[in-house]
Design a binder for this molecule. Structure first.
Ligand code: PAF
Length: 289
């Protein structure tokens, strides 16, 4: 695996690769998996998919300060670079991009841009983490411009982020150039969705953390046509019993992510949960029908 720290060096390498100099097999194109490190099997599954579908796979690790609306969350975000590099080597990732803040934000982190994200930025994560998706867009726009991948791999765990990034790709006018693949959530044996933040969970917190999954399974198993308000409230209670502070339990249209209170039994819907256990914020989601 080659590690690049500057956009210029990475772009030079990718230009050569695309030109065919280092292409060794039938697969063409570049797959890209952007991450913030602390890699787990969920990330690795994205990288494996990319490896099997592209001539070159690029992983980026950049803990993006602009997307942390809570400074404590940024300070405590796990960093395991040595293990990450080992894992990437083991699964045969071709390129790791490890940019500095200056490389991603050449005009400074305070630079403001306009992203027309519409209502997507005002609901669910957008509502509870003001500015978060703006920060995601700032970093991902720059990363996409540098890597210009053929296929971008994203995890379904961040359901709303996937929609935001697809919108960003449209805003960049690259929807014909970059294909997006959303890979399924990977779960621990007890159902907890894999996440870098899980590293912060200790003993009892870790045991309780499965409640997010339980709340989603509850939604799925008890879903009926008509009002789903009580159903959502019952799911909140599952979390509260375990002392979670719930930001939201929502049920939304899969296509638009618009939250609904009545279900017609036909619309495809997704359950989404965000809750804190002792200051660690976890999210999860599940397609319900
Ligand atoms: O999902 C993440 O890890 C981050 O939000 C991303 C997409 C790498 C942007 O910083």
């Amino acid at each position: 695996m080659i590690i690049f720290k500057t956009a210029r060096d990475l772009q030079q390498y990718l230009d050569k690769t695309r030109g065919g100099e280092t292409m060794t097999d039938q697969r063409t194109g570049a797959g890209f998996v952007p991450t913030m490190g602390a890699l787990h099997d969920g990330h690795l599954s994205l990288l494996k998919s990319s490896g099997s579908e592209n001539a070159v796979t690029v992983c980026s690790i950049f803990v993006n300060p602009a997307q942390f609306n809570d400074p404590k969350d940024f300070e405590k975000y796990p960093s395991t670079l040595e293990q990450d590099i080992y894992k990437l080597e083991t699964i045969g990732c071709d390129v790791l991009f490890l940019p500095s803040v200056k490389e991603i934000y050449p005009n400074g982190i305070g630079e403001r841009k306009d992203y027309d994200l519409g209502y997507l930025d005002t609901i669910l994560e957008g509502k509870f983490r003001p500015g978060h998706f703006y920060g995601v867009c700032m970093a991902v726009e720059r990363l996409l411009a540098i890597v210009l991948p053929d296929i971008l791999y994203l995890g379904q765990k961040d359901f709303q982020q996937c929609m935001i990034i697809k919108r960003l790709i449209q805003l960049m006018g690259l929807e014909k150039r970059i294909q997006t693949k959303i890979c399924p959530i990977l779960r621990e044996k007890d159902g907890l969705a894999m996440s870098s933040r899980n590293m912060r969970l200790k003993g009892e917190q870790r045991a309780k953390a499965t409640s997010l999954y339980e709340a989603l399974v509850f939604l799925k198993e008890n879903l009926n046509k008509g009002s789903i308000l009580d159903l959502k409230n019952e799911a909140v209670k599952i979390l509260e019993q375990k002392k979670f502070k719930t930001d939201y339990v929502e049920i939304a249209d899969v296509k638009t992510l618009w939250p609904i209170n009545e279900w017609d039994s036909r619309t495809n819907i997704v359950g989404l949960v965000a809750a804190y256990i002792d200051g660690v914020r976890l999210i999860d989601n599940m397609v319900l029908n």
